[in-house]
Design a protein around this ligand. Structure first.
Ligand SMILES: Nc1ncnc2c1ncn2[C@@H]1O[C@H](COP(=O)(O)OP(=O)(O)OP(=O)(O)O)[C@@H](O)[C@H]1O
Length: 527
């Protein structure tokens, strides 16, 4: 297990800062043998904010006793695998030690702990005992006096918070390791292949022509530092794509920060993005870091960038060009190193023409453009996405399930205005309503969808009044066959009868249009 790497996870770095700031205490890691990582380097022990702990750790005997206290906590965790919550233990100086066990793939791998705080303000007598114990370890009278002057005291509420934070830190590491294992199982990051074609990039699923193009582009883009503009309707996967670019690129170990620019009014957005100085407006009681600083060394995903006011557009342009910005009320520019990925459902080019979006900013963010087509324009992805969401949301212990052919046909005929998000929600809902059914029937599909797809209203077969006749005929033929295959559950004999052509002619046309992927097996052919 890579304790060193865990210490550098973004969440753990933040956790360490919070613990130092709120409780003047230090976060440590012990391994599965109860050895404390920071204490194994001989005299080279990192400074801890608690002066008593620092004095103790810098003496040989003190370090031995500290290790002993930690081992006692370790023994408790090791002896009881069911103990998964944080636990408190007194140390040799009568301070408290709180630790949360770390389980990776259900194996005990050590624990995160914080030491060196008192549960109540000490009495005069307790302070004398503490000073005497410290002096036993070597420090002189004045050092011991100074050390006990500012002792962190944590009441029940503080302790509960600290315990929660440690458990949270442990669960983040568990999740990180689970994701790592999942990726290793899946092979190298990026593209996954099946039947000679790419069908996923990280968590992005798609087999249609437009998605194949996007996957190719993402592979190139991920390795660069270029600014990316993602265009697409709501729910088409813009954030998913931004995350995939981040986690495949050179900044994958840095933070990934998201802000939706339409979520706040101008003032709040400015303060959220760039931070503010104390007193810069009513209610600004303290200096506050902005998200650009939080995203330093990582990636900042700015969603709905088209909703930014002209004043903020100027500030964004400056960060992109110079890497600097001024917090609200600040006079000193701050420097950051952030890769920006912007997204919008609007046509920024048109907005530039109308004078609503700065042209210079448009060219600065539009270095690489990824256009995510709406789901209705890539219906070939539907069976694969349905399958993906059924797996993703099926609860543990449940059988893997599928859709009845009627249910699939209904979904294939719907226009999906909410795109993949709407489809995902519908699949989650179906799984809940379907109970233990093996095949989820069309009757369980939301009435919103069923009502929109009335019989005869085949939304896929959009009428075409312009263009070449043979192209229109081919599109119609392809759509009718595709929809028929979904509706009949790939029963080619039945579909051939319905279409009034021979089975072999149908098979030729299916091959011509590449419609044979992602369908259930043809029961007749198998027989
Ligand atoms: N191609 C895809 N494969 C798998 N899941 C997808 C795909 N596209 C979108 N999703 C899922 O759909 C949901 C919506 O995606 P996401 O939030 O990335 O969309 P968005 O375009 O950023 O939406 P909005 O503009 O409303 O914020 C997420 O749960 C995401 O995982």
């Amino acid at each position: 297990m890579d304790l060193e790497r865990h210490q550098n996870l973004h969440t753990i770095i933040m956790l360490r800062e919070i613990i130092r700031k709120w409780w003047r205490a230090e976060l440590h890691f012990a391994d599965r043998n109860g050895l404390v990582m920071d204490w194994q380097r001989g005299g080279d022990i990192p400074p801890t904010p608690n002066e008593c702990c620092r004095l103790s750790l810098s003496s040989r005997e003190g370090l031995r006793r500290c290790n002993q206290s930690v081992r006692q906590l370790h023994e408790q965790f090791r002896a009881n695998r069911r103990l998964r919550r944080a636990t408190v233990q007194p140390c040799h100086l009568q301070f408290s030690l709180v630790g949360a066990p770390l389980y990776i793939q259900d194996e005990y791998e050590g624990f995160l702990f914080v030491e060196g705080f008192l549960r109540e303000p000490p009495s005069g007598r307790e302070l004398e005992v503490l000073k005497a114990r410290l002096r036993e370890l070597g420090p002189g009278v004045s050092d011991a006096e100074r050390a006990v002057a500012r002792l962190p005291v944590l009441g029940d509420e503080g302790l509960e918070k600290l315990a929660d934070l440690l458990e949270y830190g442990a669960s983040e590491i568990t999740a990180f390791e689970a994701e790592k294992a999942r990726r290793e199982e899946r092979g190298p990051p990026g593209l996954a292949q099946g039947n000679g074609e790419h069908y996923r990039f990280e968590d992005i699923i798609g087999r249609s022509g437009p998605m194949q193009e996007i996957f190719k582009l993402l592979q190139k883009v991920s390795n660069s530092e270029a600014t990316v503009l993602i265009n697409g309707e709501s729910g088409t996967g813009k954030e998913l794509v931004a995350r995939a670019i981040h986690s495949n690129g050179p900044r994958q170990h840095g933070p990934f920060v998201v802000q939706n620019c339409s979520a706040f009014n101008d003032n709040l957005l400015e303060s959220a993005l760039f931070g503010h100085m104390r007193g810069s407006f009513t209610g600004a009681m303290k200096d506050k870091k902005g998200l650009f600083e939080v995203a330093d060394t990582g990636t900042f995903f700015l969603d709905e960038v088209g909703d930014m006011s002209p004043a903020l557009q100027v500030k964004l342009l400056r960060v992109l060009q110079e890497g600097t910005f001024l917090p609200v009320g600040g006079t000193e520019p701050r420097e950051v190193d952030v890769r920006v990925i912007a997204a919008t459902h609007k046509d920024l080019g048109e907005m530039v023409k109308r004078g609503e979006f700065r042209e210079d900013l448009y060219y600065r963010i539009n270095v690489i453009r990824v256009h995510l087509p709406p789901l209705r324009d890539r219906r070939d992805d539907l069976p694969l996405l349905v399958d993906h969401f059924l797996r993703k949301h099926h609860r543990e212990g449940q059988r893997a399930r599928g859709l009845s052919s009627e249910a699939m046909a209904l979904l294939a005929s719907y226009a999906w205005p909410g795109n993949v998000r709407e489809l995902e929600n519908e699949m989650e809902r179906l799984l809940v309503l379907g109970g233990d059914l093996d095949l989820l029937p069309a009757e369980l599909i939301s009435s919103r969808i069923r009502d929109a797809v009335t019989p005869g209203n085949l939304s896929m077969l959009t009428a075409r009044a312009a263009g070449k006749l043979h192209e229109a005929v081919e599109t119609l033929e392809r759509d009718m066959i595709h929809q028929g295959l979904l509706r009949t559950g790939n029963n080619k004999s039945r579909l051939a009868r319905e279409l009034g052509i021979s089975r072999s002619n149908l098979i030729l046309k299916i091959a011509k249009y590449g419609l044979d992927k992602g369908l259930p097996p043809d029961a007749e052919a198998d027989a």
